[in-house]
Unconditional design. Structure first.
Length: 351
């Protein structure tokens, strides 16, 4: 089923209209605090929050805005200066589509191997993401610009599948305490399923200089490969903000392949947010947490905070000490480097 008929085009305009900035901002303004001046940053104690978001569908963008507000407010009330939302933070907005329940049922039948089914089964999620992109992108910017300014926070809004010059990308966004968009990051390493969806992979790892240190935004699978964090460390990153949405039943050892070992190889802090729940035949699990090199964690285990459940809403909070990180980098007890060796092998080894 194509999404380019006159009815679909009309409904797309309706989505853009109900997600218009004036409507969203006006709604949020009734419950937001008055913006204040950000407190001075203490590099020895920066409180951060990793959110674990349980997936549920919203039929009105105002309800989605309220949910993002609630989670931000809860983190701010705990003293967080940086809040990290999960990968695929756009999936709850699929509820804006009429008949989404029927589409979900079609996907479940397909996953179960049932033949037949309605033609809705042939709609790819990529086309759905592309179709919703004009409304979603405006909505995201309005919500997180307002929230970050109202609470004087840095917010990593999570990642969103959005149209970009004919392609569809998995893109995360970072907002600053004045409501400004600091930067974005496209997912570089795709899951096999994302490759099947024909998502376009990113090709850059930017690092953003902020009052909270230098922040990087790798997305989910980007943390599976050591090269990602070696690049970020060499570019001076202090904190990696990693949104995940693991499409698998929870397994501790599989989950361990990501951010924890990367921080031991390339000493920086890591904040992992997680999307959990099920939709369209996909099940997401994870445990949000805040991690560091083992040398600067109290229990010497590389974990500053980690939520217990892997399948429901939760929040992890911890304080980061950038001065301790700087000291570890200068005086690491075992870390070695051999630049002559690297120059000999790289980049030739990748040819």
């Amino acid at each position: 089923m194509a999404l380019d008929g006159w009815k679909e085009k009309l409904y797309q305009r309706y989505l853009v209209w109900i997600c218009r900035p004036a409507r969203i901002a006006g709604h949020l303004q009734t419950s937001l605090p008055e913006p204040g001046q950000p407190a001075p940053v203490n590099r020895r104690r920066i409180r951060v929050a990793a959110l674990q978001v349980e997936l549920r569908l919203f039929k009105d963008p105002l309800d989605y805005a309220d949910d993002m507000h609630r989670r931000t407010r809860e983190a701010a009330e705990e003293g967080a200066r940086l809040v990290v939302f999960p990968e695929y933070n756009n999936l709850p907005l699929l509820g804006l589509l009429p008949g989404i329940e029927k589409m979900e049922e079609a996907y479940r039948k397909k996953e179960a191997g049932n033949a037949g089914g309605d033609k809705e089964e042939d709609i790819s999620l990529t086309e759905v993401f592309r179709y919703m992109s004009p409304a979603v992108q405006t909505l995201v910017h309005t919500i997180f610009s307002k929230l970050s300014a109202a609470y004087s926070l840095h917010i990593m809004a999570g990642s969103y599948t959005l149209a970009d010059n004919g392609d569809v990308v998995n893109r995360s966004f970072l907002y600053g305490p004045s409501g400004e968009l600091i930067g974005s990051q496209d997912k570089v390493h795709l899951l096999p399923l994302e490759a099947e969806w024909n998502l376009k992979r990113g090709s850059l790892f930017p690092v953003f200089d902020t009052a909270l240190g230098k922040l990087a935004l790798p997305v989910c699978m980007d943390a599976t490969y050591f090269e990602t964090f070696r690049i970020l460390e060499q570019k001076g990153a202090d904190i990696a903000l990693l949104p995940i949405a693991d499409m698998q039943e929870y397994n501790y050892w599989l989950a361990l392949r990501g951010i924890w070992p990367r921080l031991q190889e390339s000493p920086i802090y890591g904040i992992k947010s997680a999307l959990v729940g099920s939709i369209a035949g996909l099940t997401f699990t994870g445990r949000a947490g805040i991690f560091a090199p083992i040398e600067i964690t109290p229990e010497r285990n590389g974990v500053l905070a980690e939520v217990e459940p892997y399948d429901r809403e939760a929040i992890a909070l911890a304080d980061l000490n950038l001065e301790a990180l700087d000291d570890l980098r200068r005086n690491h007890p075992w870390r070695d480097s051999n630049p002559a060796l690297y120059r000999r092998y790289f980049p030739g080894i990748y040819k």
